[in-house]
Design a protein around this ligand. Structure first.
Ligand code: ADE
Length: 503
């Protein structure tokens, strides 16, 4: 009697559910939705689908349509920095905006349903829960006796499966993702789900580190760095930092997800980030020359990223200080707006004065020899002092500025792209070759005369020289470099404004 009533409730509920899905749709059974995205699916800012959606993923908004079978996968997710709103009425996504607490705060806003659907969902849910409880009671009643007889072998194999799936060497790091408050990215399972929905499209970079691919997720380009197995420590470090440190900044490469999979007994390590189609600063400088104002914009953006890394924040949004340790033009990406962002935190060290720790990690990798500071090359660096690492970043920052200024046109003159010390060491220089040039001979990259005839470039040249002092403590800080460049930027804005007024 009870079970037939339950069955009726389930059947009626399912019928009403289907009816509700079709309510409010156009003649062809599909909704009209507001469409604002770059997937190429919008016609006159409209699309047709079974569900209208609005997503806010790390500051990027999109509106469009999903098919009904994407509902579970796409709509039932609302996390920190990831807000999805799905609805089932014509143009119901037109005016949606993220809830006020989305910026860095976890949101609990559930996707909104039209009222009848919500009501039917509740009936269905109640039916399913009741049926499950009944089923469980019956199941336990009949299973209890055989369970008792389960032998030791079975028990052991169950245990074995659990330990295999929960590899001890990874357990610690994943536990850290879940620590409340400090974790900043998506929950680990969501990262994994997202990573597995990515289609790899084209390989855009290859090196000792592994490969970088352009992939797509929900029609959006993402960058997927696939780490070579010998560089797994870099994946661990970068994953750890992105998931535990508040690193959202315009000039730090935006993190999306990290994923580890096993394929044919080998481990694949993925880091999914924002995709920047202009590629690395190194690539960009090969084929582009710059005006002094663009050079300033680029240099300023790099140092803004570095200041954010180097600065410890001691507030509710606290952040330890981070030194990069492998800053170079290949680890900087160029954005469409002419600014840059810093990538590759695989070698970074973390320091907190307020919590009194210095975490240098345990990566056997070292920085790029060409960019190594004198104290790294002659091994006099104080490895237990955090300031030392920041000072090596400043050395490298000066070299990056030098690469950018070479490609800057002044008085119609521009130099070809060359890597730092191109005229003093061979390609892929050895540690000893670099040490001879930088420490013994104390050579520095040469600065072209044309730089002295432009206010932006002469100031940048002065900064470079002060980034290259032999004595690490004498070098500028990132904050000082930012201040000087910001002032130049402000002054050049001012003179452009004045020029406009004069015209
Ligand atoms: N090369 C390395 N990382 C990249 C990224 N995030 N976007 C584009 N090209 C890249």
């Amino acid at each position: 009697m009870g079970s037939s009533a339950l069955l009726t409730a389930v059947v009626v509920g399912a019928f009403l559910w289907i009816a509700a899905i079709h309510a409010g749709t156009e003649d062809d059974g599909r909704l009209l939705c507001t469409c604002e995205n770059e997937k190429g699916t919008c016609i006159n800012a409209t699309c047709r689908g079974d569900i209208c959606f609005y997503t806010w993923v790390q500051g990027y908004e999109e509106k469009g349509c999903f098919s009904a079978d994407s509902y579970r996968e796409q709509c039932l997710t609302s996390f920190k920095r990831f807000f999805v709103h799905c609805c089932r009425e014509n143009y119901c996504n037109a005016l949606t905006t993220p809830p006020p607490n989305i910026n860095g705060e976890p949101t609990t806003t559930p996707p909104e349903f039209p009222r009848p659907t919500l009501w039917i969902s509740l009936v269905l849910l109640l039916s399913i829960v009741t049926a499950s409880v009944c089923g469980l009671v019956l199941f336990l009643r009949f299973q209890r006796a055989p369970c008792k007889r389960r032998n030791v072998e079975d028990h052991d194999s169950t245990k074995l499966k659990v330990t295999n799936g929960d590899d001890p060497s990874y357990g610690g790091i994943f536990d850290e993702f879940c620590t409340s408050g400090s974790g900043t990215g998506l929950p680990y399972l969501v990262q994994r789900t997202m990573a597995r929905q990515i289609s790899l499209v084209e390989c855009v970079g290859k090196g000792r580190y592994g490969e970088v691919w352009r992939g797509t997720w929900m029609g959006e380009s993402v960058a997927v760095k696939i780490f070579s197995s010998r560089d797994e420590q870099s994946w661990f470090r970068e994953t750890e930092i992105y998931n535990t440190v508040q690193l959202r900044h315009d000039n730090i490469l935006g993190f999306i997800a990290s994923d580890m999979t096993s394929k044919n007994s080998s481990t694949q390590l993925w880091l999914v980030t924002h995709f920047h189609e202009l590629g690395s600063l190194y690539d960009f400088l090969q084929y582009s020359s710059l005006e002094p104002e663009s050079c300033l914009r680029m240099c300023l953006s790099v140092v803004c990223g570095l200041v954010h890394l180097h600065t410890e924040i001691v507030s509710s949004q606290e952040k330890p200080a981070i030194a990069h340790r492998d800053l170079k033009s290949r680890n900087i990406l160029v954005k469409r707006n002419g600014q840059c962002c810093i990538a590759d935190l695989g070698l970074a060290v973390i320091h907190s004065q307020s919590h009194d720790y210095l975490d240098v990690g345990n990566n056997p990798r070292v920085g790029t020899k060409r960019y190594m500071a004198p104290e790294v090359l002659d091994e006099t660096i104080c490895m237990d002092v955090f300031e030392s690492y920041k000072q090596t970043d400043i050395w490298a920052l000066g070299l990056v500025f030098w690469e950018i200024t070479r490609r800057t046109i002044v008085n119609g003159i521009v130099e070809e792209y060359r890597p730092p010390f191109f005229d003093l060491v061979p390609s892929d220089p050895s540690f000893e070759e670099m040490k001879k040039v930088v420490c013994v001979d104390q050579q520095r990259p040469s600065l072209h005369n044309r730089l002295h005839s432009h206010p932006i470039l002469s100031a940048t040249a002065r900064i470079m020289k002060e980034c290259w002092y032999q004595k690490p403590q004498a070098r500028l800080t990132a904050l000082r470099v930012r201040k000087t460049l910001s002032k130049l930027d402000h002054d050049s804005d001012f003179s452009i404004e004045k020029l406009k007024q004069d015209v």
